[in-house]
Design a protein around this ligand. Structure first.
Ligand SMILES: [Zn+2]
Ligand SMILES: [Zn+2]
Length: 338
C-alpha cells in the first residue's frame, strides 16, 4: 500500500509503498478515507528518538476491508468507522471500561507502535472503534479524535460549566473545539486568547463570545468583556510558561484544565496557586464514551465542524503541506485523503 513515511528529523515525509497491515485478534483493517494532521505529528517528526519507517496519523476514519479472529459481533466488511488511536488488550478492566489509553499493554496507532492513517490502510481494535452513520461525512469523521480530546478536557471540569466565565488559551484545533464544547455545555462567556488573527476569527464561529489580544494584558481585557476574572481556564497551547500564566489570571477558587501537551520542563510558583486555592487538572487522550458522544452529536447535526478543515490533500500534495505547518499558519486542520 501507499503511505507517507517518516525517515529522519529535518526530512519531509516520503510517499512510498509499504507492507499492507494484517488484522490481529479482535481487529479490523480499514481503508482510510481521511486522516487529519495533529500538532503531535509535527512534534514527533522533530524527536530524534523516533524510528525511521514510522507511519503516523491518529485522526482517521474509513471502512472495514478485513476482519481478524474473534472480533466483537456486529462488524462486517464495508462498515464505516472511526477509532480511538489505541489498541488495548481488550480484556482488562480499563479496556472493558472503554479507557484503552490506560491499558497496561496498549499500543498507540500512528505514533510508532502501529502504523497510522497516513496510509491507504490501517489496523484498529474493534473495542476502540465507533461506528460512523452514513449521515456523518468522512471529513467530520476524521475530526472525531480532536473533538474527543477537547470533550475529554471539558468533561474533566470539576466545578461545572453552565453559566461560567471561561478563558480558552489558544485557538488551534484543540482550542477551537474546546471553545465549541464550552459554548455547547452552557458557559456564559467563552473568551479566547490567540495570537493568529485568522484563528481568532475562527473562534468566533465556534462559540467564542469575545477575543482577547494574547500579547496584551489578558486579565484586564477579560474583565472588560465579562466584568469578572476567568473562574475557569482551559489551557490549550502547551508551551512553557502557560501554567504560570493561568495561575496568575485565575481568581480565588478558580479552576484550570491543562489540555495543551507540553513535553518540555516548565515551572510555576505553587504559592500563587495555593494562595488562591486553585484546582488544576491535567488530561490526555479520550475515553470511548467521548468518541461515541462526538459521533452522536455529529450524526444529530448538533455540531457543525467541517469548517475546521482548511485543506484536503492527496499523497502527492501531502509532504509539502505537512512541512508548511511548522511555520505560523492560519491553516486549521488539514486532512490527507489517501
Ligand atoms: Zn492528535
Ligand atoms: Zn487492556
Amino acid at each position: 500500500m501507499k503511505a507517507a513515511v517518516f525517515h529522519e528529523v529535518g526530512k519531509p515525509l516520503s510517499i512510498e509503498t509499504v507492507a499492507d497491515p494484517a488484522p490481529q485478534t479482535g481487529e479490523a483493517v480499514i481503508r482510510v478515507r481521511h486522516c487529519g494532521v495533529c500538532g503531535t505529528d509535527l512534534h514527533a517528526t522533530e524527536d530524534h528518538g523516533r524510528k525511521s519507517g514510522m507511519v503516523m496519523g491518529h485522526e482517521f476514519c474509513g471502512e472495514i476491508v478485513a476482519l481478524g479472529k474473534d472480533t466483537p459481533p456486529g462488524w462486517k466488511e464495508g462498515d464505516r468507522l472511526t477509532s480511538l488511536p489505541f489498541i488495548g488488550c481488550g480484556r482488562c478492566a480499563k479496556c472493558l471500561l472503554g479507557k484503552p489509553w490506560q491499558c497496561a499493554t496498549r499500543l498507540i496507532i500512528g505514533l510508532g507502535d502501529v502504523g497510522g492513517g497516513f496510509a491507504e490502510y490501517t489496523r484498529v481494535h474493534l473495542n476502540s472503534a465507533v461506528r460512523l452513520p452514513d449521515s456523518v461525512s468522512w471529513k467530520a469523521g476524521a475530526l472525531t479524535e480532536p473533538l474527543a480530546v477537547s470533550l475529554h478536557g471539558v468533561r474533566a471540569i470539576g466545578n461545572g460549566l453552565a453559566g461560567k466565565n471561561v478563558l480558552v488559551i489558544g485557538a488551534g484545533p484543540i482550542g477551537l473545539t474546546t471553545t465549541l464544547w464550552c459554548s455547547f455545555f452552557g458557559a456564559r462567556h467563552v473568551i479566547v486568547s490567540e495570537l493568529d488573527p485568522g484563528r481568532a476569527q475562527m473562534a468566533l464561529r465556534y462559540g467564542a463570545t469575545g477575543l482577547v489580544d494574547a500579547t496584551g494584558d489578558i486579565g484586564a481585557q477579560f474583565r472588560e468583556l465579562t466584568g469578572a476574572a476567568p473562574e475557569l481556564i482551559m489551557e490549550c497551547v502547551g508551551v512553557p510558561g502557560m501554567i504560570a500564566k493561568c495561575t496568575e489570571l485565575a481568581p480565588y477558587g478558580g479552576e484550570i484544565i491543562v489540555v495543551g501537551f507540553c513535553a518540555q520542563p516548565d515551572t510555576f510558583m505553587p504559592a500563587f496557586a495555593m494562595a488562591k486555592e486553585l484546582s488544576m487538572k491535567f488530561v490526555i487522550a479520550q475515553d470511548k464514551s467521548d468518541f461515541q458522544f462526538v459521533v452522536d452529536m455529529l450524526a444529530a447535526g448538533r455540531i457543525d465542524v467541517e469548517g475546521l478543515v482548511t485543506d484536503v490533500l492527496s499523497f502527492e500534495q501531502f509532504p509539502a503541506a505537512f512541512e508548511a505547518l511548522r511555520k505560523p499558519t492560519s491553516q486549521c486542520k488539514i486532512l490527507l485523503a489517501p
